[in-house]
Ligand binder design. Sequence first.
Ligand code: SF4
Length: 454
Amino acid sequence: MNVSDSERIATFLEEQGFSLTEKIQDADLVIFNTCGIKQTAENRAYSMINNLRKAELKAKSQKLKAIIMTGCLANRADVQKRMKTKVDLFCEIKNFPESVSCILYDVSHMNSKIQNICPKLILGMKYEIRNTKNILSKEKIDYLSINPKYQSAFSAYVPIMTGCNNFCSYCVVPNARGREVSRPAEEIITEVKDLIARGYKSITLLGQNVNSYHGTWSMKHGAKALTFTELLKKINAIPGKFWIQFVSSHPKDMSDELIENIAKLKKVCEWIHLPVQAGDDEILRRMNRKYTQKHYLARIRKIKSAFKKHKPAALFSISSDIIVGFPGETKKQFLQSATVMEKTKYDMVFFGQFSPRPETVAWGLKDDVSQAEKFRRENFLNEILKKTAFTNNKKYVGKKMEVIIEKEKNGSYFGKTRTQKNVKVESKKKDLLGKIIKVQITKANIWNLEAKLN
Ligand code: SF4
């Protein structure tokens, strides 16, 4: 989501006359699009900003960089207090165009008031205001409607919503990004059509909980709201050869109808990321996840049976997120996460050691599982994952399948299957980057596959 947001921020600033620099040292304005999901991510942002300011001091630089902090940390009072001498402007991502437009508006009118607030943002900065329409009208611009320049020329992230209403007890997102807002369906469809016309091969729909998408479908279509299933059907119907993927789903909102359609729609890939977070019902209740282990495993059975019914010849994959060491998680409760892993047989799991986040319910709970025990639990689950991922990968050997090539390094190509498996492809052919090619899988490893050109 942050990669996608940064693409929109960069495009917005380019439209105002700024240009991207190759090196951070050359920049007049530096935007930190922060992540606050874990303490480590937060610390990284602080240390990058501090290092930048230290380098200016050391160089006795006359011209200081203007620093804007946005993303998950920008709205937190404790962060603003801590970083107020280093950061010139804190702004929420959804208000980014508006906040920055206001500053540019004031600059363009030489309003002295703003110079007191943010002098570095004005002095010494080279830009010409090219597109004054939005700035001078001070219109509220929805940042999701900005048509971004994508970092990749063949694979694009398309946000379909932002924010979240679920308030899982450990999660900063509802506070950091605000309540759930769905993008109008037509805007999403127009963006995807445009990408496909420009040759993009892979579209990843983004949202904190895509299953609860509820975007307007314009007046000319009778002013209704589309569900995520309906949105997937409409994107699937766009002509052209491309893949559709999406993250993240929530087990409580994953309906039978949605699962059937994911498995049925041709362009939707055979991969579902369904975060379980914990296997124990009491821990799930205290995480405010609003489902039980039984419900989750029933969703997994439904996913497996739907893929087998609609795409019997295709392999499919399931991935998840699991937090270890949630406050009060006993060893017995932790072992329920292992049970879910054994039963689901995941292809990939992203583990997180519980890290208390300010302004969440779990912040007030005693973080009573030691760091060493969190490491031990993560390693224990990782051993289960290694076994299931390797067993699943072995099913690919000898199979012919499509791979999208994402990288070329040292004479080999690296890409992904429709099931999100990393594949190393040996080929003497040139210009495969960004293409969907047919390969034959020759070897399975724990974390990746090897293949030759078919
Ligand atoms: S569903 Fe829960 S974990 Fe996911 S973004 Fe919303 S609050 Fe956070």
